[in-house]
Write a protein that binds this ligand. Structure first.
Ligand SMILES: NC(=O)c1ccc[n+]([C@@H]2O[C@H](COP(=O)([O-])OP(=O)(O)OC[C@H]3O[C@@H](n4cnc5c(N)ncnc54)[C@H](O)[C@@H]3O)[C@@H](O)[C@H]2O)c1
Length: 270
């Protein structure tokens, strides 16, 4: 029996990257999965691939910036598979051109990121919760980011929007716990999705690696597996938490790489 056998999931932004990994793993472990994505062809292709592997999935259009589109996706899921017991609010945007420091940030971009990254979590949960109550419980999982915990010289809106997701996760957990609804989050560090691989130079990837405690980068399944755990009853006594999955990148005193490199040089010269 699969780890989420008989459960029904809606995954937003599931056509690629982290969402695709979570959708694939949930289906592999027995959930029926609706993949909602702006990229409807990608969502349909992902669902086809899951069905080819023996799972159950359907791809549909979803625009996480629009309330009616999220409501329709929830409705579709319940009509298609009879209930909704897992909601993975995963869509999130970043923009390093316009989302800058607070003096220079484009305020329209601030609104857009808050809308897509944070408000979509409120809206998805708002429409899913009545169905979860009806089913006797459910699991809501939100994608935050390590940008919620560590600040940056730019990306003020992204960081603030993801910090709000961490806090909302606690509020939802508190408000609906007695209905058997759990709410947890994942906060990824750098995850080398196909898009990230294309966008980050080798030099930038090496810079990230320098500060990782572990000698490798994260991949989408590192997050997908955590989502699967949070969706399953294996985490049934866990709620309101956001798991930081980041290879130890933010773990240590920032001077550690410097001292490690100094020690290596000394060893070499001895
Ligand atoms: N990759 C990382 O290093 C990383 C790190 C921290 C947090 N995250 C977060 O993880 C989540 C997924 O990121 P990813 O790296 O897998 O991204 P990705 O770009 O690989 O996938 C995002 C998916 O969301 C879809 N999407 C974008 N806007 C949408 C909208 N308005 N409505 C519906 N679908 C939309 C895209 O079409 C795409 O399929 C995001 O919330 C992101 O902020 C990613």
């Amino acid at each position: 029996m699969g780890r989420v056998q008989g459960k029904v999931a809606l995954v937003t932004g599931g056509a690629s990257g982290i969402g695709l990994s979570a959708a694939t793993l949930l289906a592999k472990e027995g959930a029926s999965v609706v993949i909602g994505d702006f990229n409807v062809d990608g969502a349909k292709e992902a669902a086809r691939e899951i069905r080819n592997q023996g799972g159950e999935a359907t791809g549909i259009f979803l625009d996480a910036s629009k309330e009616e589109s999220i409501a329709e996706a929830v409705d579709f899921t319940v009509k298609k598979y009879g209930s909704l017991t897992i909601l993975y609010n995963n869509v999130g945007l970043t923009n390093i051109q316009k989302d800058l420091d607070v003096v220079n940030i484009d305020l329209d971009e601030w609104d857009r990121l808050m809308n897509v990254n944070t408000k979509s979590v409120v809206i998805g949960s708002r429409y899913a919760i009545p169905h979860m109550k009806e089913a006797g419980g459910g699991s809501i999982i939100n994608t935050a980011s390590m940008a919620a915990f560590a600040s940056d010289s730019i990306r003020s809106a992204y960081g603030a929007s993801k910090a709000a997701v961490v806090q909302l996760t606690k509020y939802i957990a508190t408000q609906y716990g007695k209905d058997g609804i759990r709410c947890n989050g994942v906060a990824p560090g750098l995850i080398l999705t196909p898009a990230a691989k294309n966008n980050l130079s080798e030099e930038l990837q090496a810079t990230f690696m320098r500060y990782n405690a572990l000698p490798y980068h994260g991949d989408p399944d590192d997050i997908g597996n955590a989502v699967l755990f949070l969706a399953s009853d294996e985490s049934k006594f866990m709620t309101g938490q956001t798991l930081q999955i980041e290879g130890g990148h933010y773990l240590a005193n920032p001077t550690v790489p410097f001292f490690n490199e100094m020690a290596a040089k000394q060893k070499e010269s001895n």
